[in-house]
Ligand binder design. Structure first.
Ligand code: 5GP
Ligand code: MN
Length: 331
C-alpha cells in the first residue's frame, strides 16, 4: 500500500497515536502530518495527541498538535482517521470519539500485539523497527522534506535505542541513511531527544537504580517509584523514560521490570528483556501489549502483588529457556 492511494480524494484527515506518546509515536504522527501538509495542501488535516515529554521542540509544526478534545473535534474528521504506533483502540482513548465519526479508519503500526483487525486498513509490520519505518515505506521518497525526515529519524532512533535493539535491520539503517542525506542534524536529534536529562530526571533515575532489587538468580531486576517519591522530586511519568533501559543494562540481567504509580493502587508497568524473555506475551496476559523485547501494561493493586502476578509466567519462560538450552548442549 502507498499513502497516496489511501488519502486520494479525501477532504478531512485526522491523525493520532497512543496515550503517553513516545519518540516513535510523536515521530510517526508528526511525520505523517508534515508530509500531508507539505504535499496535499488541499486536505484539512488535524493531529490529535497528548503532550509528549520535552526535547522534541525541533520538530516542525509540533505547536499545531491538538492535545485536548474540543467539542467541535468530535465530528470534524469525516473522511479518514489514521492511527499510528498503536496496537489497541483503548490506547487512543482521549480521541476515540473523533475516530468513531470517521467514514474510513486506518492503522499504521509495528506492534507484535497488534492483531491488525480493528481498522478498515491495517498496515502492521511486526518485523519493522518502528512505526516510522513502516510509514517511510508508504511515502514517496522524492516528496519527503527535511522536516518529515527529522520526525521519522527521531522515531527510528527512539524505538531502536539508537540503532541497537534486535529490531534494527539492514533496512532500518538504509532508511536512516536516506533520511540523513536530507541534511538533518542527527547528532542534535539523538542528544536532545534521547540522551539529554534534566537534573531531576537524573536524580529520580539514581533513586530508582539505588532501590532496585535483583531476583531469580540475578536474571531479573525490579524497581518501583511511588507517588510520594514522584511528588518529592516534582516529576511525572514523562521524566522516567530512561529508567527501564538502565535497569535492563545491568550485568547478568535478562529482564527488567519497572513500575511507577499513576493513581491509588494503580501502576504503569514497563518490561524489557535482552535475549529470550518474551515481554509481549507477559504484557498481553495483563491487558497490555508491545514487542518481544519491550512491552508494558497498566496494573492495579500493590507493587509487590503486581510483580507476583507476572512471576509465574516469567519463571515458566525461564524454565523453558533453561530446558531448551540444556537440550542444545547435549547435541
Ligand atoms: P513502555 O514500557 O515504554 O511504556 O512501552 C513499551 C512498549 O509496550 C511500547 O511499544 C508500548 O506501545 C507498549 N505498551 C506499553 N504499555 C502498554 C499498554 O498499556 N497497552 C498496550 N497495548 N501496549 C503498551
Ligand atoms: Mn513504536
Amino acid at each position: 500500500m502507498k499513502l497516496d492511494e489511501l488519502i486520494n480524494g479525501i477532504q478531512t484527515l485526522g491523525i493520532t497515536g497512543h496515550v503517553r506518546p513516545d519518540g516513535d509515536c510523536i515521530g510517526s504522527t508528526l511525520g505523517l502530518y508534515n508530509y500531508v501538509k507539505d504535499n496535499y495542501p488541499e486536505i484539512d488535516v488535524t493531529l490529535y495527541l497528548e503532550e509528549a515529554k520535552d526535547g522534541f521542540s525541533y520538530m516542525s509544526r509540533i505547536d499545531e498538535i491538538v492535545h485536548e478534545m474540543r467539542e467541535e473535534d468530535k465530528t470534524a474528521v469525516k473522511d479518514l482517521f489514521i492511527i499510528c504506533d498503536c496496537s489497541t483502540l483503548d490506547r487512543i482513548e482521549p480521541f476515540a470519539e473523533v475516530y468513531e465519526h470517521a467514514k474510513k479508519r486506518a492503522c499504521i503500526d509495528h506492534h507484535v500485539s497488534n492483531l491488525g483487525d480493528f481498522a478498515d486498513v491495517n498496515e502492521v509490520k511486526p518485523e519493522a523497527s518502528s512505526t516510522c519505518e513502516v510509514l517511510y515505506e508508504l511515502l514517496d521518497e522524492s516528496r519527503i522534506s527535511k522536516a518529515v525526515a527529522e520526525c521519522l529519524y527521531t522515531g527510528i532512533v527512539h524505538d531502536t535505542g539508537v540503532f541497537k535493539y534486535s529490531s534494527t535491520s539492514g533496512r532500518t539503517m538504509a532508511i536512516a541513511g536516506k533520511l540523513m542525506d536530507l541534511g538533518i542534524d542527527f547528532n542534535d536529534i539523538i542528544d536532545n531527544s534521547f540522551y539529554k536529562k534534566s537534573y531531576v530526571q537524573n536524580q529520580i533515575l539514581g533513586r530508582a537504580l539505588l532501590e532496585s532489587v535483583l531476583f531469580y538468580d540475578g536474571k531479573c531486576i525490579f524497581s518501583c517509584i511511588d507517588e510520594p517519591t514522584m511528588k518529592f522530586y516534582n516529576v511525572t511519568g514523562k521524566d522516567l523514560g530512561g529508567v527501564i533501559e538502565q535497569l535492563r543494562l545491568t550485568d547478568g540481567v535478562e529482564v527488567a521490570i519497572f513500575l511507577y504509580q499513576t493513581g491509588a493502587d494503580e501502576f504503569k508497568v514497563s518490561l524489557r528483556s535482552k535475549k529470550y524473555i518474551d515481554c509481549a506475551t507477559i504484557a498481553m496476559a495483563q491487558g497490555g501489549g508491545g514487542h518481544k523485547r519491550a512491552a508494558g501494561f497498566t496494573a492495579y493493586g500493590k507493587a509487590v502483588e503486581i510483580v507476583n502476578r507476572i512471576s509465574d509466567s516469567l519463571s515458566l519462560q525461564f524454565k523453558e529457556y533453561e530446558k531448551t538450552s540444556k537440550e542444545g548442549t547435549l547435541d
